[in-house]
Design a protein around this ligand. Structure first.
Ligand code: SF4
Ligand code: SF4
Length: 382
């Protein structure tokens, strides 16, 4: 620990955390039960009690760059045993939400994604963009004949939009995670968790690569006691997204390198793989929803706006994707084309706002876990 610290409570920070899902923060009376119960907390400088104390006092600077908040996988074991109902699992999640909002580039998008009043605007942006695309390409009317989505939205226009979007998102995300890594390292130096002045890129990358099997296996989720069901839900969502990502890449290369047009036949292996991935995502996100509702009902967690928004967007994305395919196969043009339009809006929402939504956790957590390994901040299980 550092030698001394000037306590400067920040009430606005406490309120911010409460608005991001940490409503129960003030109930903590610092008994440390949570740190004892947590299956992932290290013996040395355990969490989450110290984070609860800092958060209660509004000690923004103590929490800025604290890698431990990312070691937590929100299993809610601690919240189940907390004698005061302070829900430390939710408070740590709120601190994580605050972290990616603060590191967001541009910052206003981070704030916009955390406030329901901006939701209509955030959805209107892609909707207007795609309606403009329809107007510019002369596709206001439902195309006659067989339902083929590229007749409605010329595929090269759609790809241009999503390639541009992906590049912009990658730049914005890069800025955000660069700030984040700087914060993690500054914190580790301040708290004497590392003696290295700078992060050595080659060593950090090797820690990052070593994390991949653990992330794919979701091994830390298996440590959860109360919320064991989360493991299956998260792994289905993860593999659903990975599968669809692979399919998108293959279809893209097939189109631009080999000239293979979509749609693929239902029995094409790529199509079969895509449908399995979509079903995995659909089942996974339904299970996530069920788990969240159960946690809310039994009082172990009160999911934040970020949680609900991500669930709603993934559900919207996968449902409209499946319905687009089914209505296309049934040749119901009046339903297929509008559903596909809504599906594109959800795809844009998910990709375009990735650095500012709860899905950003995937990247932030991966980097934080790699950094924890880099400074040898190991858990009990490691
Ligand atoms: S969050 Fe609950 S279990 Fe943890 S220190 Fe506070 S009162 Fe105790
Ligand atoms: S939610 Fe789970 S992982 Fe996170 S601090 Fe509580 S017990 Fe530990």
């Amino acid at each position: 620990m550092s030698d001394g610290y000037m306590v400067e409570p920040d009430i606005s920070f406490v309120r911010k955390l409460q608005s991001l899902g940490g409503e129960s923060i003030k109930k903590c009376f610092q008994c440390a039960t949570c740190s004892v119960i947590c299956p992932l907390s290290p013996d040395e400088r355990p969490f989450p009690r110290k984070e609860m104390v800092w958060a209660q006092w509004g000690l923004r600077d103590k929490l800025r760059g604290d890698v431990d908040i990312w070691l937590c996988h929100q299993c809610t074991d601690c919240s189940s045993y907390c004698p005061r109902g302070a829900k430390p699992g939710d408070v740590l999640a709120a601190i994580r939400n605050y972290t990616f909002i603060r590191n967001a580039f541009p910052r206003f998008l981070g704030e916009a994604l955390s406030q329901p009043r901006f939701l209509p605007v955030l959805f209107a942006i892609p909707l207007v963009l795609f309606l403009l695309l329809l107007a510019v390409t002369g596709h206001w009317n439902i195309p006659p004949g067989e339902v083929v989505f590229s007749k409605f939205f010329p595929i090269k226009f759609v790809d241009s939009i999503f390639i541009t979007l992906t590049v912009l998102v990658a730049i914005a995300f890069g800025m955000g995670v660069s700030r984040f890594l700087t914060e993690l390292h500054e914190y580790a130096l301040r708290e004497k968790l590392t003696g290295r002045e700078n992060i050595v890129p080659s060593e950090f990358v090797s820690c990052l690569i070593s994390m991949i099997p653990e992330i794919l296996k979701h091994s830390r989720f298996k440590e959860c006691g109360v919320s064991k069901d989360r493991y299956l839900a998260h792994i289905l969502v993860l593999f659903g997204f990975l599968g669809l990502f692979i399919v998108t890449g293959v279809v893209f290369l097939g189109l631009y390198l080999l000239g293979v047009e979509t749609p693929y036949h239902l029995l094409n292996p790529i199509k079969i793989f895509a449908n399995v991935a979509a079903i995995s995502l659909f089942v996974g996100i339904i299970l996530v929803l069920i788990n969240r509702l159960a946690a809310k009902n039994n009082g172990t967690s009160n999911p934040s706006y970020h949680d609900w928004l991500l669930i709603a967007v993934i559900l919207g994305l996968v449902t409209t994707g499946i319905l687009s395919e089914l209505t296309r196969l049934a040749q119901i043009a009046a339903l297929a084309y509008p559903t596909y339009l809504v599906h594109l809006v959800f795809v844009f929402f998910l990709i375009g706002y990735l650095p500012y939504s709860k899905l950003a956790h995937l990247v932030y957590r991966t980097l934080a876990l790699a950094y924890a390994r880099y400074i040898e901040r190991e858990t009990k299980q490691a």
